[in-house]
Design a protein around this ligand. Structure first.
Ligand SMILES: NC(=O)c1ccc[n+]([C@@H]2O[C@H](COP(=O)([O-])OP(=O)(O)OC[C@H]3O[C@@H](n4cnc5c(N)ncnc54)[C@H](O)[C@@H]3O)[C@@H](O)[C@H]2O)c1
Length: 424
């Protein structure tokens, strides 16, 4: 959606095809099926300018296209590898209808060698060589439009210079600030995406491990962050401790890279550690809450603020908040949840097992503890007096280090956070 909409917005004629009929019907009624800041307005504008269409009808869309982007989901298989079932089904669907000069571009995150395999498969169908390029996507959910229209870089994995030029032309409107357009082989481009996500995940697991050390040794990870971040070799970006990474990309991409490494006889020791640390970190709030209540939460009411895997999205795939919610439900506690955007997605998964609060504050009424799992702006500067009054006992488990421990102590809260001493 984001790729199609941004390309339409820069003046191209775009048709987005999906097999999910309900999704396409909603889009054609003017409803946007995901929450992403700025997307709704951009879709509407381009739909009314007739540059952007949504359809389930693949044949006319493909037979008219000079560029066919594949942006299909590549979720994790049981063995950790990327599941390419949907991708191959689309390749088979488009093959008979491709224009002879069409270029197929993989936007999906796919294992190294996939472009080459798509090329072979298309040749089997068409009897001709077909250009297949890799153009991995680096946008972040929550700022997807902004990231797409102002990328740090664009990577194009191509076999022929002309295909690189065609993609460069397409991206020029987004590269006006001299950000680089990097041309390389499809294999390098495919690997670039995995390496980027692997390193970002590594930073998160690293700082989480250091935060856990701080807690045990009496340090404060925020001070340590300040202490290391000014070193220009280290920096501050992506070194925030928390409740582990989730979402539809990091977990599956780390595991897919591990799988690829193993298949090529390389032991992915760092990635194994990154994944293992993350699995443990997703349970860090469980440990803290369990310990606070002496292992007995029966009859307790626990409020959870934040369900999406990160702020400014309604995406709950692999969200750490749901690991906590699942555990809370096994303890006999009642669980009162709030999220500014992800409530409907959670409701469709959990039904009436949870109590849903429209307002963050009302989730706290009579609560024995509050767990903060996503750092939405809504939770950053709350009225602490009101929180104190609404809760049965003023206990906060802050998985995102939103508040200052000394302030919370002064206000009378028992306050647990990540990598900092508990107070109260
Ligand atoms: N979400 C992100 O932030 C992000 C960022 C960078 C890269 N990526 C990569 O982009 C790809 C897509 O991710 P996503 O989050 O948009 O996935 P998604 O699951 O939200 O969307 C994929 C869409 O593909 C459709 N689809 C499945 N089979 C189809 C078929 N046969 N024909 C037509 N449509 C079909 C689904 O109905 C769905 O709407 C993945 O490979 C992901 O790793 C995602």
């Amino acid at each position: 959606m984001v790729t199609g909409t941004c390309f339409a917005d820069s003046g191209n004629d775009v048709t987005c095809v999906d097999i999910d009929r309900a999704k396409i019907e909603r889009l054609n009624r003017g409803e946007i099926p995901i929450y992403e800041p700025g997307l709704e307005e951009m879709v509407r504008e381009n739909q009314s300018a007739e540059r952007l269409r949504f359809t389930t009808d693949l044949v006319p869309a493909v037979s008219a296209a000079s560029l066919v982007f594949l942006a299909i989901g590549t979720p994790q298989s049981d063995d950790g590898a990327a599941n390419l079932t949907a991708l191959w089904s689309v390749v088979d669907d488009i093959a008979p209808h491709l224009r002879p000069d069409a270029v197929v571009v993989t936007k999906s995150t796919v294992p190294v060698g996939t472009c080459a395999k798509i090329s072979l498969r298309l040749k089997e169908y068409t009897g001709q060589d077909c250009d297949v390029a890799s153009n991995p996507e680096f946008l972040k959910e929550g700022s997807a439009i902004e990231d797409f229209i102002k990328p740090d870089r664009v990577v194009a994995g191509v076999r022929r210079e002309e295909v690189g030029e065609m993609l460069h032309e397409l991206y020029k409107p987004f590269l006006r600030t001299e950000k680089p357009f990097l041309v390389m082989s499809p294999e390098s481009a495919e690997l670039t995406k995995y390496v980027a996500n692997a390193l970002l995940s590594t930073k998160i697991s690293f700082i989480n491990e250091m935060a856990n050390l701080c807690e045990r040794m009496g340090g404060d990870i925020n001070d340590v962050r300040r202490g290391i971040g000014h070193d220009t070799r280290i920096g501050f970006a992506f070194l925030f401790p928390g409740v582990g990474y989730g979402g539809s990309c990091f977990p599956k991409d780390v595991r897919a890279l591990m799988k690829m490494a193993e298949e090529h006889g390389v032991s992915p020791r760092i990635m194994q550690a990154v994944d293992g640390v993350n699995e443990t970190q997703k349970r860090v709030m469980i440990e803290k809450i369990g310990a606070h209540f002496g292992g007995n939460l029966r009859g307790k009411a626990i409020a959870v603020w934040g369900l999406a895997f990160k702020p400014r999205t309604d995406d709950i795939r692999e969200a750490p908040a749901l690991v906590l919610v699942d555990w809370l439900l096994t303890t006999g506690a009642t669980v009162r949840v709030h999220d500014p955007e992800a409530m409907e997605n959670v409701r469709s998964q959990y039904g009436d097992k949870l109590t849903y609060s429209d307002k963050a504050m009302s989730a706290l009424d009579g609560a024995d503890a509050l767990a903060i799992m996503t750092e939405w702006g809504d939770y950053q500067r709350p009225e602490f007096k009101e929180i104190f009054q609404r809760m049965r006992s003023p206990v906060i488990f802050d998985g995102r280090n939103l508040y200052e421990p000394w302030t919370m102590e002064r206000l009378g809260f028992t306050y647990y956070s990540i990598g900092r001493p508990a107070v109260g």
